[in-house]
Write a protein that binds this ligand. Sequence first.
Ligand SMILES: [Zn+2]
Length: 72
Amino acid sequence: MGDWIDKAQAVETLFQAQALSTRAPEGPPACGECYYCGAPLKDGRRWCDAHCRDDWQREQDAIAREGGVRSW
Ligand SMILES: [Zn+2]
């Protein structure tokens, strides 16, 4: 019992990582840390989740609007 739950979670994590990498083709390469909050990440991910990615993107957009240089 419980084995299928572990598998489902593993698959979900995989899909999540895939969604992150396909939905955000632009940007920096994975560096082992979340680009927004600095949390350690693996599997080539660049953000913990969509929230971190979106917040980071907003930050980058704001920097771009202000005429600054992107950090990547
Ligand atoms: Zn994060």
